[in-house]
Design a protein around this ligand. Structure first.
Ligand code: MN
Ligand code: MN
Length: 467
């Protein structure tokens, strides 16, 4: 128990002063950077997690004999559980995170031709600052499903020899009028058009007249793009209507800074929590508690939809679990007696925008994972507030093990706000609190995390699962 009269948050770097400790942090960080470089969509993330679970002996069919089970929903949400020795009635120790990230989705009929280029029209997904997506290399990830059911995987723009895609920005010479506008007026969603091709189709190119072009060469670039798509993927324009193509920042995640102590990359909200929670589940020492992991999709657009946290998938998994592991136990008891961490990132104190934070209650990079007892906005509206008792129990566990942690709220009162999946778990009556690392540049194409926070988050999630 901490008996210090004053509370001063402790830097997590103090806990890794020894070279061997720092080496462990860096090694873990390298594996994490590989993961976020490789998994940029919810489908890719769930596929990765599924693979890791299978390697660890988890089985996909719920059975009374297997101690480690998982189930996924259409490759977009996943529930995994590892059996403990206690009665299931006592509930699960659950960590829940989300696998989706803000991005640009192709529209249903995306392809257009404008002077000099063929482009894809997009509809952004989640909270983006539109200007951050201009004039930067983008990669395409996703699937195109043909009307015979064949699913064509698309990943272009990640390997050094592959082309990338791009949204052009207005040159400053002609942006004088735009510079007078507000940010929301200056950047329009309908102008987020991704350049896909430039070379027009000509008769000489393949010896025949393009049937989609007229004599003036109208839509000749789009025609040549369609040829290219057909050659590479066997698809036609109509197939794009049943596709999920996502434009994401191209290229790998990187260490940032001379000391390599920061981690920069796309989609750390919330894949930093997905990775640390998965590692915790796979490395925690089995004991009495039933350890569980829930990964959801659609968090960035309000958690609706079949694979989002407001769907019944998680509840159905627990009901089936009760049937195979403890037939006499109502699922409602398991749900209500569970303890959960809503594993999501927090906004780090931004040194260049101190005015949006209230410093004493702001999360700091490098101070360990951050508790958010409540979220919401304008008087805690829409918040799922955790009990004082539950937070006390958790900080006791972390203090006993010497794991760094901090507590914060998102920005100044009435500055803005945000929510997580916590309220969907709280609806079952279970204890739940938000706990995750702080990020700078959250929701940007290049978010920043501290490597020591990544490591401490893994330790904290492990301690929670083992408690
Ligand atoms: Mn998040
Ligand atoms: Mn988010």
């Amino acid at each position: 128990m901490n008996q210090q009269p004053n509370y001063t948050p402790r830097s997590a770097w103090e806990s890794c002063a020894e070279p061997a400790q720092y080496e462990a942090v860096e090694t873990f960080a390298k594996r994490y950077l590989d993961f976020i470089s490789q998994c940029k969509t919810e489908r890719e993330t769930i596929a990765y997690v599924r693979e890791r679970l299978l390697q660890a002996g988890y089985v996909e069919k719920f059975s009374p004999d297997a101690p480690c089970l998982f189930r996924q929903l259409r490759g977009k949400a996943l529930f995994a559980v590892r059996r403990g020795s206690a009665p299931l009635e006592r509930g699960l120790s659950l960590i829940a995170a989300h696998a989706d990230t803000p991005r640009l989705d192709f529209k249903q009929r995306p392809l257009i031709e404008q002077p000099g280029v063929a482009q894809a029209k997009t509809h952004y997904y989640g909270g983006i600052r539109k200007y951050q997506w201009l004039a930067r290399p983008l990669a395409l990830h996703g699937v195109v499903v043909r009307d015979n059911g064949e699913c064509v995987q698309v990943t272009v723009g990640e390997k050094p020899d592959e082309p990338v895609f791009c949204i052009a920005d207005l040159l400053p010479h002609l942006a004088q009028k735009q510079a007078q506008q507000t940010v929301s007026d200056a950047f329009e969603g309908e102008k987020l058009n991704i350049i896909l091709a430039h070379r027009p189709k000509t008769d000489r190119q393949d010896g025949e007249t393009a049937d989609t072009s007229d004599s003036t060469g109208k839509d000749a670039i789009k025609a040549s793009l369609l040829d290219c798509l057909h050659k590479k993927y066997g698809i036609v324009e109509e197939d794009l209507i049943s596709a999920e193509l996502q434009a994401v920042p191209a290229g790998p995640a990187r260490f940032v800074g001379f000391d390599k102590a920061l981690l920069g990359g796309y989609g750390q909200d919330d894949r930093i929590c997905v990775f640390t929670a998965l590692e915790a589940l796979l490395t925690a020492t089995p004991g009495e508690g039933h350890m569980a992991l829930m990964l959801w999709d659609k968090e960035e657009i309000g958690s609706d939809g079949a694979s989002g946290a407001s769907s019944r998938f998680f509840q159905y998994c627990v009901e089936d679990l009760a049937r195979v592991w403890a037939a006499d136990t109502p699922a409602s008891h398991i749900l209500q007696n569970s303890r959960a961490i809503s594993a999501d990132v927090h906004a780090a104190f931004d040194p260049d925008f101190p005015e949006v934070h209230e410093k004493q209650n702001a999360a700091q990079l490098g101070f360990g994972p951050c508790f958010a007892k409540y979220g919401g906005s304008r008087g805690k509206y829409s918040a799922s507030e955790a009990d004082a008792e539950y937070l006390a129990w958790l900080r006791g566990i972390f203090n006993t093990r010497g794991i760094p942690w901090q507590a914060a709220e998102l920005g100044k009162v009435d500055q803005g706000g945000g929510g997580t999946v916590a309220l969907f778990l709280a609806a079952y009556g279970m204890q739940v609190i938000d706990l995750g690392p702080a990020l700078l540049s959250m929701h940007s194409p290049f978010e920043l995390a501290s490597s020591v926070d990544l490591y401490a988050t893994w330790q904290a999630y492990t301690a929670f699962l083992e408690a």
